[in-house]
Design a protein around this ligand. Structure first.
Ligand code: AMP
Ligand code: MG
Length: 417
């Protein structure tokens, strides 16, 4: 049986970065830029005022103070979005609002607070300046944020809200990004019923399709939910068929040693197996391979996840998540890890890498992790209460309260509360 690290290496060997497509910027959150973006314009486009105040000639204000203000004649008012047609000549000023272009002749702006404007009625025809203005005061220079012709965002950048804002500031409506993978999701099991149906005796609701589709979305891919296959090869092949044009196929269940666990046979017939079973808990029966695509579609990475609801989610986080991120052109494929002191004992009975559902809290300088309840791999509520997976290495028979372990963070607390 291979280790978690070997399994991940094999998975990633079979994953290629997808091709680029042009997309409206607001659809690109989290996507990776597939081109360098240069600016054709200066931002800001013109020298403009950083404050509401008066545009002046700094030389006119030499020696000005609160005790002996210099008085200037107000010849115009200019709002943001407008351009004053007047020029600031000696002894004059133009009232100016934040963002408005600096008028001809002016070389500085004095804030309202540093004038006697408040003491005057209405819009003044004269203004007293209470401080000396230096050239350049309160002026935002043309191109000080972005200069025309410069490289603004480089290929390979993952786009966050701030990059999307920068693209908008350049007037960019669409950009080339690595496209989102489509991930086909199929649940297997004669006992599984969709939530749109009544629940007969002996059956359980299909939770895996939903938790997996949510994870697929969470990691920026597009789920294609195929429904539920019965525990026989014909049903599985039939239900898989609409997924044979996807970028990845994920099934859950049917990969153990049971009489009706047919997923591996189907993968062997319809493609090839790369590995089966990983030295991990939960999720040991994971199978990974490549399934033949439909028509011109190449072989598709295929994950047969363990059926237990927690196992399938842990399998996904460990293997399908990094595969999706690699397809999307992302370079950081690892979840953040913290070192945390465990408050409960965790056993490791058979030399697998154990991933235990915990809730991590920061207290003082340190992180503390407590188990979120019974760790059976069917107990999905203990996953819902967790924000991380505490890791007990293969070569440790367990940890006791007070020991420090690595915890792979699934979500930070604000997302779990
Ligand atoms: P299997 O690997 O098919 O033997 O499934 C392991 C356990 O997970 C069984 O108890 C199944 O009933 C349960 N299970 C499998 N698939 C699902 C699913 N889609 N939703 C909820 N539970 C499931
Ligand atoms: Mg089953």
């Amino acid at each position: 049986m291979i280790s978690v690290d070997q399994a991940l290496e094999k998975v990633l060997e079979h994953i290629a970065v997808l091709e680029a497509e042009e997309s409206p910027i607001l659809s690109c959150l989290g996507q990776v830029l597939a081109e360098d973006v240069f600016s054709t314009i200066n931002i800001p486009p013109l020298d403009n005022s950083a404050m509401d105040g008066y545009a002046v000639r700094s030389a006119d204000t030499r020696g000005a103070s609160r005790k002996s203000p210099c008085t200037l004649r107000v010849i115009d008012t200019v709002a943001a979005g407008a351009v004053s047609q007047s020029e600031v000549g000696s002894g004059t000023a133009i009232r100016i609002m934040t963002g408005a272009p600096i008028p001809e002749g002016a070389d500085g702006v004095v804030r309202f607070e540093d004038t006697d404007e408040l003491e005057r009625q209405g819009i003044p025809t004269e203004i007293g300046v209470l401080i000396e203005v230096e050239p350049g005061d309160e002026i935002r220079r043309a191109g000080e944020d972005i200069a025309a012709g410069s490289l603004v965002l480089s290929q390979g950048t993952a786009l966050r809200a701030s990059e999307i804002g920068v693209l908008a500031s350049l007037g960019c409506r669409k950009v080339k990004v690595i496209r989102r993978p489509v991930v086909a999701i199929l649940s297997t099991g004669d006992e599984i019923v969709d939530i749109t149906q009544p629940l007969p005796d002996g059956k359980i609701y299909n939770s895996n399709s939903y938790s997996l589709a949510a994870l697929v979305q969470h990691y920026g891919a597009v789920p294609k939910v195929l429904g539920i296959a019965s525990d026989n090869e014909d049903s599985l092949i039939d239900k898989l068929s609409p997924g044979r044009d996807a970028d990845m196929v994920i099934t859950s269940g049917g990969v153990s040693m049971g009489d009706y666990d047919v997923v591996r046979e189907v993968l062997a017939k319809e493609g090839r197996t790369v590995f089966w079973r990983v030295r991990e808990k939960p999720g040991k029966p994971l199978v990974f391979g490549m399934i033949k695509g439909q028509g011109k579609v190449k072989d598709i990475p295929f994950f047969g996840l363990a059926g237990n609801p927690v196992s399938s989610m842990v399998n996904f986080e460990l293997f399908a998540r990094p595969a999706i991120l690699k397809m999307r052109g992302r370079r950081n494929l690892t979840k953040p890890t913290v070192r945390a002191m465990v408050e409960d004992a965790i056993e490791n009975t058979d030399g697998r890498r154990v991933f235990t559902r915990v809730f991590v809290e920061k207290r003082g300088d340190g992180y503390f992790a407590r188990l979120t309840g019974p760790q059976g791999s069917g107990i999905l509520t203990s996953m819902a209460l967790a924000n991380g997976l505490a890791i007990v290495p293969e070569d440790k028979s367990g940890v006791k309260p007070g020991d420090v372990v690595d915890v792979m963070m699934l979500d930070w607390s604000e997302e779990v509360e």
